[in-house]
Design a protein around this ligand. Structure first.
Ligand SMILES: Nc1ncnc2c1ncn2[C@@H]1O[C@H](COP(=O)(O)OP(=O)(O)OP(=O)(O)O)[C@@H](O)[C@H]1O
Ligand SMILES: [Mg+2]
Length: 400
């Protein structure tokens, strides 16, 4: 009885604004402490990944002898050595310098259209940002130039790339001024380098949400607003091989602008009935809005649209069954690889990292990494198939 009474009292006591603000302050302090431990000493994220010469040779597409020879004759800098005289291991920047020397950077030819991939579903928590971050880093490891546009005011992707959306990012450094001021078309004002060579980020913070309100007040009857991001991205993408768009989990102005800006779509869908239903709604709404916007703004096509099964636990029979159902429903429009549910993604997340930023010999890590590689390689192939200059090489190697 006493417990019931206290519960009743608790539920009838209004939660004051000050209480919520105090909770916010506490949560903020926890994030700051976490960042201070993870990114010590100067709260700047650095990339702490090194590659042994054998791995570097594989990434560059040359032999270890070719690398040693280039170091010996001064075409590459001498390798850094540890205190005990061993090679320290190469950074991704070192590997990219080797690629540049040997001419083995894999990017697109100037005549190839850059890919603008939206990882989109109106459902929250389906793995959009996880896919965006790992795909961006997998492409960067291969030597591609990648732009990541965080279009979500929750800013998970911005956080994973090492920025504190509350402290490091001003509203003016997000997409907000771009959406607010109708005259701007250049997105470069907000692109910033990340700790990852080859990846630039356009960050988000909570202020970006204002773009939705302002658009709701303004946009009625002016569909051109939905195409502004597309124009900005079309200009920006000349600097990159691939542009990745991480939209918010809602059907609003920004999500629609992302749909218009993208020329390829990945639709993450966990294998549950409600998530499948959400994807089906997403497809219906996407088709309806694309039709309306195409009518008013001109038709546009996607290079590929693929459903990706995410957070799949193959030990659960329901997951396996629903994934099979998804495969039969979506057929060739579903990626062959799934993103498996993995404790390693959570482990990385706790440290504000991705799996590609973790070094571990554990079986869990290795399994997760192999799974991510399989999925990202499949997406890379789709990207390369859309580039005419790559098609012949792909045909010759029997993959296209
Ligand atoms: N394959 C996976 N295995 C384990 N955890 C995962 C996996 N994919 C995503 N997660 C976790 O699920 C949560 C939601 O993932 P994520 O932020 O990528 O989803 P989202 O679709 O971007 O969410 P939102 O709609 O809020 O933007 C995160 O905590 C993430 O670490
Ligand atoms: Mg997200």
């Amino acid at each position: 009885m006493a417990a019931t009474a206290s519960l009743e009292r608790a539920s009838s006591t209004p939660v004051l604004y000050e209480t919520m603000e105090a909770l916010n302050q506490r949560a903020h302090a926890v994030m700051e402490r976490l960042r201070a431990t993870v990114f010590a000493p100067d709260a700047q994220k650095t990339l702490d990944v090194r590659f042994a010469i054998g791995k570097a040779a594989e990434m560059v597409g040359r032999t270890t002898e070719a690398i040693r020879q280039a170091e010996a004759d001064g075409r590459l800098p001498a390798p850094r050595l540890t205190a005990t005289g061993r090679r320290e291991g190469y950074t991704l920047a070192d590997v990219n310098a080797m690629r540049d020397l040997f001419g083995t950077r894999p990017g697109r030819a100037d005549s190839d259209p850059p890919l603008v991939i939206a990882v989109q579903n109106f459902k929250g928590g389906v793995g959009k940002s996880t896919l965006v971050c790992h795909l961006a880093q997998s492409l960067a490891l291969k030597g591609y130039r990648v732009a990541v546009l965080d279009c979500d005011s929750q800013a998970s992707t911005t956080t994973v790339f090492g920025f504190n959306p509350d402290a490091d990012i001003d509203d003016d450094e997000t997409l907000l001024p771009f959406f607010r001021h109708g005259d701007q078309t250049d997105l470069r004002y907000a692109m910033r380098p990340t700790a990852w060579p080859g990846i630039d980020l356009l960050p988000a913070n909570l202020g970006l949400y204002n773009a939705e309100y302002e658009a709701a007040a303004r946009v009625r009857g002016n569909p051109k607003d939905f195409d502004r991001l597309r124009h900005g991205v079309e200009d920006l993408m000349r600097d990159y091989d691939v542009v990745l768009l991480d939209p918010p989990p809602a059907l609003g102005m920004i999500s629609l602008a992302v749909l218009r800006a993208a020329n390829a779509l990945l639709i993450p869908t966990p294998p549950s009935t409600v998530d499948f239903a959400s994807t089906s709604h997403f497809l219906r709404m996407a088709v309806e809005t694309i039709e309306v916007l195409d009518d008013r703004l001109g038709a546009k096509a996607f290079n590929f649209v693929k459903v990706v099964a995410t957070k799949v636990d193959e030990a659960k029979s329901a997951h396996v069954q629903i994934r099979e159902m998804m495969q039969s429903v979506f057929g060739a429009e579903m990626l062959r690889a799934s993103l498996l549910d993995s404790a390693e993604i959570d482990n990385a997340n706790v440290q504000l990292r991705t799996v590609y930023e973790m070094s571990s010999n554990s079986k869990t890590h290795e399994r997760c990494r192999n799974n991510l590689d399989l999925l990202n390689d499949e997406v890379e192939l789709l990207i390369r198939k859309s580039w005419p200059s790559h098609r012949q090489a792909l045909r010759q190697s029997g993959v296209a």
